[in-house]
Design a protein around this ligand. Structure first.
Ligand SMILES: C[S@@+](CC[C@H](N)C(=O)[O-])C[C@H]1O[C@@H](n2cnc3c(N)ncnc32)[C@H](O)[C@@H]1O
Length: 204
């Protein structure tokens, strides 16, 4: 098992989903960004590094019917499956490292909250974007939420890279046009404040 996978399996095996710093009771901004894409309820949506987030629950409740959750940690996905119980059958679950992911199909929306910023090596970011380009057809939406320039330098004990909309645009490359960006604060369960950059790009 890679160190990266061991780290995240340990996190999700020892902490409940609502005890982690990135927990949000209701994924308001992710839902807003996904709604902003204008895709229909049958659109293919992938939550990359979705962990045990309840975004998948909210997507199903809002009527989205083609939802995939990908994460490095099997324990994270198991927590979501158990929570969703019977509805978990409506979701496709992928235990994968996004830097090695070869998509077997295409998606209309790629959503990433707090995953890309862990890729501190340029080669990993390039592999991530190779997967994103393979997954998204022209017109597909790439949504990213990463720590902002004044956000924390670490998350879950790991170093992160911090981004402005401009530097995220540089990372995703000229094949994507910035459609929407804004900053926002995430309040952690222990009342800490974390500044995020939110971007939605469209594949050219
Ligand atoms: C800070 S958590 C965010 C989880 C979720 N997106 C949310 O908003 O609640 C980062 C997630 O990324 C996953 N992750 C980290 N590196 C990954 C990789 N290389 N491939 C896939 N998932 C990864 C972790 O297992 C973890 O669930």
């Amino acid at each position: 098992m890679s160190d990266r996978k061991a780290h995240w399996e340990n996190v999700y095996s020892t902490r409940k989903p609502d005890e982690v710093g990135w927990y949000q009771a209701y994924p308001e901004i992710p839902l807003h960004l996904i709604a902003s894409t204008g895709v229909g309820k049958s659109a293919a949506i992938i939550d990359v590094g979705g962990g045990a987030s309840n975004l998948v629950d909210a997507l199903l409740e809002n009527g989205y019917s083609d939802v995939t959750v990908l994460d490095l940690s099997a324990a994270a996905l198991e927590a979501s499956r158990a929570r969703l119980d019977q509805s978990s059958n409506k979701v496709k679950w992928l235990v994968e490292d996004i830097t090695c992911f070869i998509p077997a199909r295409r998606y209309d929306v790629w959503h990433d909250r707090a995953v890309f910023h862990f890729l501190t090596e340029a080669a990993d970011r390039q592999r991530y974007m190779k997967a994103a380009r393979a997954a998204l057809p022209p017109g597909g939406h790439l949504i990213m939420a990463a720590f902002a320039l004044d956000g924390p330098p670490q998350c879950s004990g790991l170093d992160v890279a911090r981004y402005s909309p401009e530097s995220l645009q540089q990372e995703v490359g000229e094949g994507f046009a910035l459609a929407e960006s804004f900053g926002g604060l995430h309040i952690t369960p222990s009342q800490g404040k974390q500044a995020y950059t939110f971007c939605r790009f469209i594949r050219k």
